[in-house]
Design a protein around this ligand. Structure first.
Ligand SMILES: [Zn+2]
Length: 491
């Protein structure tokens, strides 16, 4: 089956070896399938703070106003949260599960299969999804596939392809799933809509799925905030309109520079510049921090976002400590390098290798490559036990196939801290660490990428950086001036 034109750039991934199908039935169902999807609901950080969940971050201050995304279909609007469940699509009534599915269950769900309105709309667009479902607390992927009468084997094919992006582990309530099912009950396409700016699309290719990340840039609008310190920083910041997550990001960033308890005094000023994303005039909830300036009586600490996703002070010095190139005490042999064009030895299809494989014995300690916060601890059918660390700036690292994990979600880790050990969990042929380095959610080659190994803005980028700093400062100062000089204000 040829890929539709719009998915030309799709990455074909996770080709299923036929032998694997037999294995599946013997493998224990991983927690990512059976655990209630709502378990991650307690994550407080908005999606834009979380690494590989991250929406596309546009660093350039000049931003396009129109989304670049191709709309899935004309007749099925991407459903905003306010739209009631009765608008659920009814594209192919014939293929819907019979009323054997408990009606009570459907009625309680927002993602009702049947259109309950008395005037069903005629289906014109054949590209509309067959079913859609808004994730609720307690949902499991296998139950949803069951509900829509899609075989578990097809769910496993989706999971297989998900190894590429590890998107299914990040599902949270209110994310929307779309299913395209043909008359023979075959899932031809599956889409996760995290928000209007970010979707992951699985397209069937024979017995496998290709996976494609869709990210809409939308429009990013600058929003300055002026904070005057009264009490703790976080208290003052939230009073001025910042979310707790935004305040925490700032205190985390400055933890090595500024003693928040001793150095900050009542009356100190903080200027903050955020950008908020909207698509077609509708806020997505995604934001990013562009600049922060702490001004005490006789000191100034600053942070400005550079193109590389890192924050630097006005002199171009990095706020974060440099990353370790390898997440080990002693570098093990590299058995497989990052390769976005890797061809699968059996299928001959492009099957990207998004990380660096280190051949090491089971039990070899794995170290955090940089300072950060543990964002995810999961057990995936293919990726095995894995950890995702969100670092300062716009970086994240992933550590796959671990034998043991020594950290918990939400835990702060330091560069060089042991987070677990090498193992052979998931689908592997031998013990190794698959290590990924992500910038704004995209895997890059950890061995060659320009990751913050250096501690200052490179000389040749310095001029460009300073122009940016100047722009940030103007936006913050104009705002402060227009409100009468740094008083605490609400948004
Ligand atoms: Zn690997």
């Amino acid at each position: 089956m040829a890929l539709p034109k719009r998915h030309k750039s799709a990455i074909v991934s996770g080709s299923v070896l036929l032998a694997m199908a037999a294995l599946y039935s013997q493998m224990a169902t991983p927690s990512s399938v059976t655990a209630p999807l709502s378990k991650r609901q307690s994550v407080a950080l908005p999606t834009s703070v979380t690494g590989e969940q991250g929406a596309v971050r546009v660093i350039a201050p000049t931003l396009p106003t129109t989304p670049t995304r191709t709309v899935v279909s004309n007749s099925t609007p991407l459903v905003p949260s306010a739209v009631p469940s009765t608008t659920a699509t009814t594209a192919t009534t014939a293929a819907q599960p019979t009323p054997a599915v408990a009606t009570a269950e459907l009625a309680s769900g927002n993602g009702a299969v049947a259109n309950q309105s008395s005037e069903p709309e005629p289906v014109i667009d054949a590209n509309a999804p067959t079913y859609q479902h808004r994730i609720e607390k307690g949902d499991t992927l296998s139950a949803l596939f069951d509900r829509f009468a899609i075989s578990q084997q097809q769910m496993l094919q989706v999971l297989e392809a998900d190894y590429e992006v590890l998107a299914l582990d990040t599902l949270m309530p209110d994310d929307i799933l779309y299913f395209w099912v043909d008359g023979a009950g075959q899932l031809t396409k599956f889409e996760i809509e995290f928000d209007r700016a970010r979707q992951v699309v699985f397209n069937r290719v024979d017995d496998t799925f290709s996976v494609e990340r869709i990210e809409v840039e939308g429009h990013w609008r600058a929003h300055p905030t002026a904070i005057e310190i009264r009490g703790s920083f976080e208290r003052s910041a939230t009073k001025a309109g910042l979310s707790l997550a935004q305040a925490q990001q700032i205190s985390q960033m400055f933890k090595d520079k500024l003693d928040f308890r001793r150095q900050l005094r009542a009356g100190d000023k903080v200027r903050v510049l955020h950008q908020y994303q909207s698509i077609d005039g509708e806020a997505t909830g995604n934001w990013r921090l562009m600049a922060v300036e702490f001004e005490g009586r006789n000191w100034l600490h600053t942070a400005y976002l550079h193109d590389d996703g890192s924050y630097y002070d006005a002199d171009g010095n990095s706020l974060a400590r440099a990353f370790m190139r390898h997440p080990f005490e002693q570098t093990p042999r590299i058995s497989s390098k990052f390769n976005p064009r890797r061809l699968h030895p059996v299928t001959g299809r492009v099957s990207p290798h998004n990380g660096t494989d280190y051949a090491a014995r089971t039990g070899t300690p794995i170290l955090a490559a940089g300072d950060g916060v543990v964002q995810r601890v999961e057990n995936h059918r293919i990726a095995g036990k894995y950890v995702v660390i969100k670092h300062g700036g716009e970086y994240a690292t992933r550590y796959l196939h671990m034998s043991r994990i020594d950290v918990k979600r939400g835990q702060t880790v330091s560069r060089g801290q042991r987070i677990g050990a090498v193992g052979a969990t998931g689908r592997v042929t031998g013990a190794h660490l698959h290590y990924e380095f992500l910038i704004r959610g995209r895997a890059v080659n950890s061995l060659t990428a320009k990751i913050p190994m250096a501690t200052s803005v490179p000389k040749k980028e310095k001029g460009e950086f300073l122009v940016k700093v100047d722009g940030y400062q103007k936006q913050m100062q104009e705002y402060v001036a227009s409100y009468g000089g740094g008083e605490t204000m609400t948004r």
